[in-house]
Design a protein around this ligand. Sequence first.
Ligand code: CNA
Length: 383
Amino acid sequence: VTTAKFSHSRVQKMSSKKDKVSARAENNGDSDEEASGTSSFSIEFLSRYLADKLGIKGDDKPKEKILDEFNVDGIVSYIKKNNCKKIIVMAGAGISTSAGIPDFRSPVSGLYHNLQKYNLPHPQAIFELSFFHENPKPFFELAKELYPGTFKPTICHYFIKLLNDKEMLLRHYTQNIDTLERVAGIPDEKLVEAHGTFNKGHCLQCRKSYTQTWMKDKIFSDIIPPICEDCPGVVKPDIVFFGENLPEKFHKSILTDFSQCEVLIIMGSSLTVQPFASLIDRVPDNCPRLLINREKAGHQSGLSLFGFGGGLEFDQEDNTRDAYWLGDCDDGCVDLADKLGWGDELRELFKKEHERIDKEELQEAKKKKEAGKVKGEKKDTKL
Ligand code: CNA
């Protein structure tokens, strides 16, 4: 049960490096919120375990069929029939790859396959706090390459924005740190950035807070690592590294959101990072779940790995509520939107927003160029 601590870890690591992961989590000084999140998770975990072991799993009644069809059509017809207004979206790096940001684990294009130049002991080290303390440079060099502000949101981001505009979004839980949800206009109160964000940063020693602009200036001026103005500490963006606690908002929100979820949509995630991956097991038993991804994922959740059931059931004979759509997230979202009757609206929003962003970038570049010219002219006159 101790392995179910709510710090950032990976399923595969939990068995092989079980003790190390628990020890790291325990050393992190859990907040009250985290403690409450942890205990509710542990209770859920224990109750399933006991129910299984004591054979009180429920009666043998056949499970109620929730979806007419186990595909996008089945999900859309469920949403329409039940007028669903409490949809939760869970997302991973796959919703941003079409914007040009690599994910972690895709073969060839994934980040983990392209980190040789940083000379790391192992690929995940770049996001491990212990390694960061030893050598923060690789992380900042990578951050420079992937810095938010250089990319535009995808169709998928605007699909989630439209869900919200139509008052159908209960919450969007993202593992992404690229801030593209914010750029797409998903409001802060509907957004849970489970693995933190580049939006703000803190000094690791004195905790002084820094803005994204301050960090960006330093990183792009090659002042790597950025050093605190008040002490010799390194300033790290508020993204959650392996071994760090997840944000308070995550722990608070999951306690109330998932029990009222009407439909869960999971997009672009391998569902291997815990505790995020196990959230799929927190929705009610009769809540339909749709996975939109290039590959099947989530059919082995945290609980099912321990042999306690759980995970997406689309491959099981007695599946009543789970569906998947295999392919690119953007295509999956367009299909969903078309079937919900707002495909054209989605295409229009995407086009309009991208035009707006392009225009703003052009104006920004023009301003910078003019400012550079003025500086140059001043220099010339001095000379
Ligand atoms: P992952 O483990 O790399 O998995 C990505 C999943 O998405 C895989 O199953 C891919 O097959 C799938 N995929 C990739 N591209 C597409 C696409 N266009 N359409 C459909 N499916 C696609 O990433 P996870 O998000 O599951 O792992 C969580 C990590 C990744 C978090 O800690 C993140 O912080 C981290 N991450 C975030 C970003 C970002 O912010 N954009 C980028 C890279 C990694």
